[in-house]
Design a protein around this ligand. Structure first.
Ligand SMILES: [Zn+2]
Length: 143
């Protein structure tokens, strides 16, 4: 069987270039300008000298490539899902740590408030004592 080729114009230099049909769907270098070109075509394309067998083989190849591509996409999606799960778990962990730190701060704060309350109570009782002392002094003086 003759090796079928596909012929098209380079999108870069617009010169005519040919590749083997085996290169369809791949990126090749233009023989004239050296630029990268996507070799167009697919199972629907018709090539000169094609037999039914060639077409079937090409269709099978492109189906196989498409299946492999979809498997790759599915695998990447799984990887992405796994990555997101890990990320979510990490965020939950960070959130839990933040909550714990927040709780700790709240406890410290209420301890501080209790201490301040105790100091205020002490001052109040001192102030009461001073007042009664002063009242007693004034009584003594007026006698
Ligand atoms: Zn070119």
């Amino acid at each position: 069987m003759q090796d079928a080729t596909i012929t098209f114009d380079c999108p870069g230099c617009e010169k005519t270039i040919s590749f083997s049909v085996a290169d369809i769907g791949t990126v090749q270098e233009c023989a004239h300008c050296g630029g990268y070109v996507d070799v167009p075509g697919g199972s629907d394309s018709v090539f000169p000298g094609d037999t039914d067998y060639d077409r079937q083989v090409r269709e099978y190849d492109s189906q196989t490539a498409e299946n492999a591509r979809q498997m790759e996409v599915a695998k990447r999606q799984q990887d992405e899902t796994a990555r997101q799960l890990v990320e979510t778990a990490r965020q939950l962990e960070v959130e839990r740590e933040l909550q714990a730190a927040h709780r700790h701060l709240n406890e410290k704060w209420s301890n501080t408030i209790e201490k301040v309350d105790a100091v205020v109570a002490k001052w109040n009782s001192l102030a009461e004592k001073m007042q009664s002392h002063i009242a007693k002094l004034e009584e003594d003086r007026s006698e």
